[in-house]
Design a protein around this ligand. Structure first.
Ligand SMILES: [Zn+2]
Length: 137
């Protein structure tokens, strides 16, 4: 008989690698995505490194009804499109996560002074959009 744990290791070499190399303690992986993601990409060249932001789908950190707090983050995507996130445990209090990738050529990560969302370079800096630029005045 095979345990669920062993079964998942058999299915995913990524899960197996994470179980062996990434601490399971949420505090140990806090802000460590830039350490573990390149390490994992080095081990599995087929994985694509993605930079962007994550937020709580259920808005459990509840800044407001409409604005979800976002966290700059780095993760990997498998050739089949599966999100591989070795340091996801740092967000364990947020429930399901929404992953918003920045464009591949993004060179910056700015925080909008109106709505608080993160964005890459644009002509509305230091706001994220025309709407925020108008709202901020
Ligand atoms: Zn904004």
């Amino acid at each position: 008989m095979i345990s669920i744990y062993e079964e998942s290791l058999a299915i995913s070499p990524y899960r197996a690698w994470m179980a062996l190399n990434v601490p399971s303690d949420p505090m140990s992986v806090l802000a460590q995505c830039t350490h573990y993601v390149p390490m994992m990409a080095n081990e599995f060249p087929e994985l694509k490194v993605v930079k962007g932001v994550v937020s709580s789908v259920k808005n459990l950190d509840n800044i407001s009804e409409t604005i979800h707090k976002e966290y700059p983050h780095m993760w990997l995507v498998s050739p089949t499109g599966e999100i591989i996130d070795p340091t996801v445990r740092q967000f364990c209090n947020l429930g399901p996560l929404d992953y918003r990738a920045f464009p591949d050529d993004a060179t910056s990560c700015n925080k909008c002074i109106n709505c608080g969302r993160y964005f890459t370079s644009n002509k509305f800096y230091p706001m994220c959009s025309n709407e925020c630029a108008e709202e901020f005045g």
